[in-house]
Design a protein around this ligand. Sequence first.
Ligand code: PEP
Length: 251
Amino acid sequence: MTSRFIVGNWKMHKTVSESETLVREILTAYCAHPSVEVAIAPSFVALQSVAALLRGTSIHLAAQTVYQEDEGAFTGEISPPMLKAVGCRYIIIGHSERRHILGETNQDVNLKIKATLRNQLQPIVCVGERLEEREAGLTTQVIHTQLQEGLTGIPIQDLGKITVAYEPVWAIGTGKAATVEQATEVHGEIRRFLHRQFGIDSQTQRILYGGSVSMENANALFESPEINGALIGKACLNAESFGKIILLASQ
Ligand code: PEP
């Protein structure tokens, strides 16, 4: 069985000094456990100071997105080598807010995954359907397309380094998480698709669930053998709830 993986996505929250305070609180509330890997993704401007506070701990640093080129005239963008130099290990790619608010396409996601892997960083690739797509019976099709186009052209030896996060758009930030049955069904489908299309080992592929994960529902979600951890938004901005979810993941 793969170890569980808990990732906190801070989104566009917290100034640098607020970020430092939250990391200190998380480090106080958190108990490292060998069966759970933890990463946090603060804003770009807070990465350096958060990295300094995480040094010597077992919590990894992640970025919330990246640009697909290593350097150049791309005003406002941040490259994989910059993120690597500041201490990131993981990069969240294709979050639904980037897809649906900022217009990222599956082709952008594909280029970003390639750039991330080229720089020996590990992508956390988000996929998920919108409510109208689920209601129209299109969930599987939408996710297949996101994975097929997102992972095209990536060598098999690199595919194993990718974590997939299933994040139904209707569950993100709404307080209305997918049920364990809904998440389990889609995770199983993702696992089978990755094996069929790309030859990815179903046993070792890590698939996280994201969408209104909380202290209250985490335990039930982690009982599903298909759910290898969580990508967390709101509940990771509070050290106590983030620590509690990590603890539940360790049990
Ligand atoms: C997210 O943004 O990835 C997320 C899952 O947010 P929340 O936990 O707030 O639904």
